[in-house]
Design a protein around this ligand. Structure first.
Ligand SMILES: NC(=O)C1=CN([C@@H]2O[C@H](COP(=O)(O)OP(=O)(O)OC[C@H]3O[C@@H](n4cnc5c(N)ncnc54)[C@H](OP(=O)(O)O)[C@@H]3O)[C@@H](O)[C@H]2O)[C@@H](O)CC1
Ligand SMILES: [K+]
Length: 479
């Protein structure tokens, strides 16, 4: 793909981590010659700067000691040529400079770019460029560098980060020290997974991409998921064509969770939805009379897509051996995942299952399944999801900002939709219902998970600003 593009949600995008990007960079430099890529990178950054801040009186460019700083120096040189007023804060050591960055420093000086240690007072129409650190960020920033990051974050002007917001890890989307909070990020040569998961989505802002005239030949490490294909329903179809979902959960005091999952499955298109509550009280009155209430023992598991866990409490554990052995297709959520984490015998049964299975843990549930901690899961969400998928032979949906969908033997996908409004009770039950609905309609486990997660997030993204997002309304909004 040539030229610069904003990352849009209408297609999938390949993602390459630091190691793959370094290999591509070496190949590209071998083919194009020294300094060519950095010149292209700086030109792309300068063009984007102009487009983002056409009325800027000043563009302040914070340049670090490596090649990321070199990109910034190139951008400064172009802005200077175009009659703008760039001003550079440079952190390098001339005696330790890489050749490309040294060449760009010489060019910026020759162009008459002003250098200063003090940050000018920027106005909202101005622009700050973060060219401090990119792929080579190796440790938490301290001292003057940390102060510069703080100044960028406090600036009244928007911040454009080159390649990565400084401090953000390209592979994991984590920051283990001070990090730049950008409004825009121009990712160069490849798109990095860390821009789209963990804290990456918050730090990167709008992501732009310039391949620097290279085609990424390396296999992608992950994918930024695109929208699911739209499927029209054949006129000659009936409720049996779209599959039967059963929700098993709803222990005493938690029946609402089972109803939410059932309602979500129903509205996402399942042909028939049964709710089997573990609470033996009277059927809950809901606004979805289409839900059919059954006793758990009445379910013909071998013919059903089962969403298991939703509000199941500790009681769900007793049902898991039979569900794992018999359910035609299975979504395991919440209490079912906790029961699984606590019982290695159940884990063996899960590994022995041959029917499609999707696990939908949030980071704490994933940590319990892995025997690790939430912090360890969040430190590398892609790896955590992939490890779980391989360990259990199932599709795994690791929820959170930049939800990861992993399947055994496949590169993981990061979901681009969704926002913090989903952080409200019951939305996980709704997601389980969506996944079950797509499984029941005939999608593979991996497709069903990706489709459901994208849809769940897209509904939240389109939610009217002044209207409360509740789980029951989210379930009803599916179509
Ligand atoms: N070569 C090319 O043609 C192209 C390169 N491109 C660009 O290059 C970027 C990668 O460049 P890079 O490898 O030089 O890494 P970069 O992020 O600049 O940092 C390394 C420097 O920072 C230092 N350092 C690290 N952490 C630190 C800390 N916490 N506090 C202080 N210092 C710290 C580290 O020092 P050291 O660890 O060695 O002591 C080293 O000096 C990439 O992201 C893209 O923007 C693209 O435009 C494509 C074309
Ligand atoms: K940067």
């Amino acid at each position: 793909m040539r030229g610069m593009h904003p990352i849009t949600l209408d297609r999938a995008w390949p993602l390459h981590g630091g190691a793959a990007t370094r290999r591509l960079e070496a190949q590209a430099i071998a083919a194009a010659g020294p300094h060519v890529l950095m010149r292209r990178a700086g030109l792309a950054a300068a063009r984007l700067a102009l487009a983002l801040a056409p009325h800027a009186r000043q563009v302040w460019i914070a340049c670090g000691p490596g090649n990321n700083g070199g990109d910034g120096l190139e951008a400064a040189m172009h802005l200077q040529h175009w009659g703008r007023q760039p001003c550079v804060r440079w952190f390098g050591d001339e005696h330790r400079l890489a050749p490309d960055a040294a060449a760009s420093l010489a060019r910026a000086r020759a162009a008459g770019v002003p250098f200063t240690d003090a940050m000018p007072e920027l106005q909202p129409q101005d622009l700050a460029i973060d060219a401090l650190l990119g792929l080579g960020s190796a440790r938490p920033a301290t001292g003057d560098l940390a102060a510069c990051i703080a100044a960028l974050n406090a600036s009244a002007a928007p911040v454009l980060a080159i390649d990565l917001p400084t401090g953000l890890a390209a592979d994991t989307g984590q920051a283990n020290g001070p990090a730049v909070q950008a409004q825009h990020t121009l990712s160069l040569l490849t798109l990095k997974p860390g821009l789209f998961t963990g804290v990456g989505r918050d730090l990167a802002g709008q992501v732009w991409f310039d391949a620097l005239q290279q085609c990424a030949t390396a296999q992608a490490d992950a994918t930024l998921a695109g929208p699911p294909p739209t499927r029209t329903r054949a006129h000659a179809s009936h409720k049996g064509s779209y599959g039967d979902v059963a929700v098993l959960g709803g222990a005493p005091g938690m029946r609402g969770a089972a109803v939410l999952a059932g309602s979500a499955a129903l509205h996402a298109g399942a042909g028939r939805v049964y709710v089997a509550a573990l609470d033996s009280g009277p059927d809950l009155t809901t606004d979805a009379p289409e839900l059919m209430w059954r006793a758990p023992a009445e379910l013909a598991l071998a013919r059903l897509t089962v969403a298991c866990g939703c509000g199941g409490g500790p009681q769900i554990a007793a049902w898991l051996p039979q569900v794992l052995a018999e359910a035609a297709q299975l979504v395991l959520d919440a209490d079912a995942l906790n029961a699984l984490a606590a019982d290695e015998g159940l884990q063996d049964r899960l590994r022995q299952r041959r029917q499609p299975t999707v696990l939908t843990p949030h980071p704490l549930e994933a940590a319990r399944l892995l025997g690790s901690s939430t912090a360890a899961v969040q430190a590398d969400r892609l790896a955590a999801a992939q490890t779980l998928a391989e360990r259990f032979g199932a599709v795994v949906v690791l929820k959170g900002s930049g939800t990861v969908v992993a399947a055994p033997g496949q590169a993981p996908a990061i979901n681009p939709t969704g926002n913090a409004r989903l952080a409200t009770a019951g939305t996980g039950d709704v997601l389980a219902g969506f996944v079950a609905s797509h499984l029941a309609a005939g999608s593979s486990a991996s497709e069903a998970a990706r489709h459901a997660v994208y849809q769940h997030g897209a509904l939240a993204d389109a939610w009217p600003a002044g209207q409360a997002l509740t789980a029951s309304a989210l379930a009803r909004a599916a179509n």
